[in-house]
Design a protein around this ligand. Structure first.
Ligand SMILES: *Cc1c(COP(=O)(O)O)cnc(C)c1O
Length: 394
C-alpha cells in the first residue's frame, strides 16, 4: 500500500484537538439558548433510527399531537421544522408571500427587523409600523393600519427577546379575518412558557424554536398553520421559492404519504418529544404560572437592589427581562465576571439597546426560584465591585 499523503492541521503542539469533546457547565440565563432538561439530553443521546422506520413514524405523530397541545390548536399542519427559529421564520415568509403582495410588519425590536429583511428578500411589498425598542403596539393602531393598508399578511412578534416586551395579541386575529389578511406571529420566546392560544386568538401562521421555552437544544422549530393559511398555500400561482422550507413538500413527509423530503434530524425529534412530554405532564397553566411567578420575583429583587427595568410593567415579558445597566458600571465586564467566575450567562443588549441593558432569560426548565435567588444574590454581592465611580449609587 502506498503511503497516503493526508493533509493534517493537527500539529504536535496542539494535541488538545484529540482529547474527547469537553464543554464547561453553564447556567444559561440569557436570551437563549436555555439549558436543556436532563431527560431531554437522555433522549437526544439515543442511537438514531431510520427516518422512515415505523417506530420513528409513530414518534412523529406523537410529536405532532404534543405540539398541537402546546400551541393550543387543532391545526392539521403542525410540525417541527428542521433548523432553528429563523428557519421557521423564513418558512413563514417563503410559503405565504407571493411577489408584490403587501406584508405589514409591526416592528419594535430586532426580530421584527429580521421579518422585514426576510419579507423584502422574498420580494413582498413590505410596509412597516414602528415603535421604540421597549414599547408595544395598541390594538387600535394595529386595527387602523390593517384596515387602511389591507395587507395580505400582518406579522408581529409576540415576545420580543431583544427588548423584553410582551405584545398583547387578543382581538387582532378577528381584524385580520375581516380584512382577508393572514395573521403571522413570532412565538419563539413564548411557546411553552407563556399563555399562547393559537385557535382562540385566530392566529394563521406561527413559529417557535426548541431552545427557549421547550428546554431542548437548538435545532428544531415548531410550526403551525390554520386552514386559511393552507388554502392560501395551495392556491399559490408560483412555486415556493425555497426548496428546503417548502411546506407542500414537507407536508408529504409529515402528512399521511410519508414521502422522503430530507433526512429528519431524528435525535432532535427524540429530544423535542421528551421536552413536549414534560410540558404536557406539568400542564400549560402550571407552566405559565411558574414563568410569571419567577419573573415577578426577579423583577422585585432587581428593583430592591436599586436597578431599573427597561419595560413598563403592563407589557413586561416574563421570559426575558431587560435591566438598565447603571451608568457607573461597565456592562460587559460584569457579564464576563458572572460567566467566568460563577458559570452564569446573561445577555447583552442588541441593536438600539446595545450597552444600555442586560438581558436576563428565565425560560422553560431554567425558570425556577432557585435560579432567581442565585442570580439576585450575585447581583447583590458582585455588582458593587464593578462601579467605575461610586458603589453607593446602587
Ligand atoms: C431567538 C429568536 C428568533 C430566532 O431564532 P433562532 O433559533 O436564533 O434562529 C426569532 N425570533 C425571536 C423573538 C427570538 O427570540
Amino acid at each position: 500500500m502506498t503511503e497516503a499523503k493526508l493533509i493534517s492541521s493537527l500539529n504536535e503542539e496542539n494535541l488538545s484537538y484529540l482529547s474527547k469533546t469537553y464543554v464547561p457547565s453553564r447556567l444559561l440565563l440569557g436570551p437563549g439558548p436555555s439549558n436543556a432538561h436532563p431527560d431531554v439530553l437522555k433522549a437526544l443521546s439515543l442511537n438514531p433510527i431510520g427516518h422512515l422506520d415505523e417506530a420513528y413514524i409513530t414518534l412523529m405523530s406523537e410529536v405532532q399531537k404534543l405540539l398541537r397541545y402546546t400551541w393550543q390548536c387543532n391545526n392539521r399542519l403542525t410540525l417541527p421544522m428542521s433548523g432553528t427559529g429563523s428557519a421557521a421564520m423564513e418558512a413563514s415568509i417563503a410559503n405565504f408571500v407571493e411577489q408584490g403582495e403587501r406584508v405589514l410588519v409591526a416592528k419594535n425590536g430586532y426580530f421584527g427587523e429580521r421579518l422585514v429583511d426576510m419579507a423584502t428578500r422574498y420580494k413582498a411589498d413590505v410596509s412597516v409600523i414602528d415603535k421604540k425598542w421597549g414599547e408595544s403596539f395598541s390594538f387600535e393602531e394595529i386595527k387602523y393600519e390593517i384596515e387602511t393598508q389591507k395587507p395580505a399578511i400582518f406579522a408581529i412578534v409576540h415576545a420580543e427577546t431583544s427588548t423584553g416586551v410582551l405584545q398583547p395579541l387578543d382581538g387582532i386575529g378577528e381584524i385580520c379575518r375581516k380584512n382577508n389578511c393572514l395573521f403571522l406571529v413570532d412565538a419563539v420566546t413564548s411557546l411553552g412558557a407563556l399563555e399562547l392560544l393559537i385557535d382562540k386568538w385566530e392566529i394563521d401562521i406561527a413559529y417557535s424554536c426548541s431552545q427557549k421555552g421547550l428546554s431542548c437544544p437548538p435545532g428544531l422549530s415548531p410550526f403551525t398553520i390554520s386552514k386559511r393559511a393552507e388554502d392560501k398555500l395551495s392556491s399559490r400561482k408560483s412555486k415556493v421559492p425555497n426548496w428546503y422550507l417548502d411546506l407542500s413538500l414537507l407536508n408529504k413527509y409529515w402528512g399521511s404519504d410519508r414521502v422522503y423530503h430530507h433526512t429528519a434530524p431524528v435525535n432532535m425529534n427524540f429530544a423535542i418529544r421528551e421536552g413536549l412530554r414534560l410540558i404536557a405532564i406539568e400542564g400549560l397553566e402550571n407552566i405559565w404560572e411558574r414563568h410569571n411567578k419567577n419573573a415577578i420575583k426577579l423583577w422585585r429583587g432587581l428593583e430592591n437592589i436599586g436597578l431599573e427595568l427597561h419595560v413598563s410593567k403592563d407589557v413586561r415579558l416574563p421570559t426575558l427581562t431587560t435591566v438598565k445597566i447603571p451608568p457607573s458600571v461597565d456592562g460587559d465586564s460584569f457579564r464576563n465576571h458572572l460567566l467566568n467566575n460563577f458559570a452564569i450567562e446573561i445577555g447583552n443588549g442588541l441593536g438600539d439597546l446595545s450597552g444600555k441593558v442586560w438581558r436576563i432569560g428565565l425560560m422553560g426548565f431554567n425558570s425556577t426560584e432557585e435560579n432567581v435567588d442565585r442570580l439576585l444574590n450575585l447581583f447583590d454581592t458582585e455588582l458593587k465591585k464593578f462601579s467605575i465611580i461610586d458603589s453607593s449609587t446602587f
